[in-house]
Design a protein around this ligand. Structure first.
Ligand code: FES
Length: 167
C-alpha cells in the first residue's frame, strides 16, 4: 500500500468539481497508457472584457486515488482563469501542489499529470470548435495526448475480443 501525501488524500476524500457540465463549451479527454485509466475535463467559457474566462470546470475520472486528487486540485486552480493563463499551467505545479515528486509514489507520477493533459485537450477542443487559431505547441500536445487515448481504446477493444473468445 502506498503512503500518499496529505493533499492527495484530502482531495480524494472530498473531491471538488466532479461530474459533467451540461452543454459544456468544451470537453477534453486524456488517458494513462500504463493502467488504461481515462479522465475528462468539461469547460464553460464566458467572455469578459474581450477575454475568454473559464467560468466553470468539472472533471470525470475513471482512475485511481491520485487521478481523482489531481483532477480535483486542477479544477480549483483553473476556475476563473483565462484560456491563455490555463494554457500556461504547468503540470509540475500540479505535482508540487499535491505534495511534490519526492512524496508521490514514482509509479503514480503519470496519474498526477492526467488532468493537466485533459485540460489541454479541452482548450484544444474549444479553439477547434470555434475556428480559432490553435497555438503550435498546443497542436503538438494534442497529437501526443490523442495517440495515447487511441492506444488505450485499441488495447481495450483487443481485451474485449480476447475476453469474448475465452468466455
Ligand atoms: Fe490509473 Fe492512476 S493507476 S490513473
Amino acid at each position: 500500500m502506498f503512503n500518499y501525501p496529505k493533499k492527495v488524500l484530502e482531495h480524494f476524500k472530498k473531491p471538488r468539481n466532479m461530474g459533467r457540465i451540461k452543454n459544456a463549451d468544451a470537453v477534453g479527454e486524456a488517458g494513462n497508457l500504463i493502467c488504461g485509466d481515462v479522465m475528462r475535463i468539461y469547460l464553460k467559457i464566458k467572455e469578459k472584457n474581450g477575454k475568454k474566462i473559464i467560468s466553470d470546470i468539472k472533471g470525470e475520472v475513471f482512475g485511481c486515488i491520485v487521478a481523482v486528487a489531481n483532477t480535483s486540485m486542477l479544477t480549483t486552480l483553473i476556475k476563473g482563469k483565462t484560456l491563455e493563463e490555463a494554457l500556461k499551467f504547468d503540470k509540475e505545479d500540479l505535482i508540487k501542489k499535491l505534495g511534490g515528486r519526492e512524496k508521490i509514489p514514482p509509479i503514480k507520477i503519470h496519474c498526477s499529470i492526467l488532468a493537466a493533459d485533459a485540460l489541454k485537450e479541452a482548450i484544444y477542443n474549444y479553439y477547434e470548435k470555434n475556428n480559432l487559431p490553435i497555438p503550435e505547441e498546443l497542436k503538438k500536445e494534442h497529437e501526443r495526448i490523442r495517440k495515447s487515448v487511441e492506444e488505450i481504446e485499441r488495447r481495450h477493444k483487443e481485451f474485449l475480443s480476447l475476453e469474448r473468445e475465452i468466455i
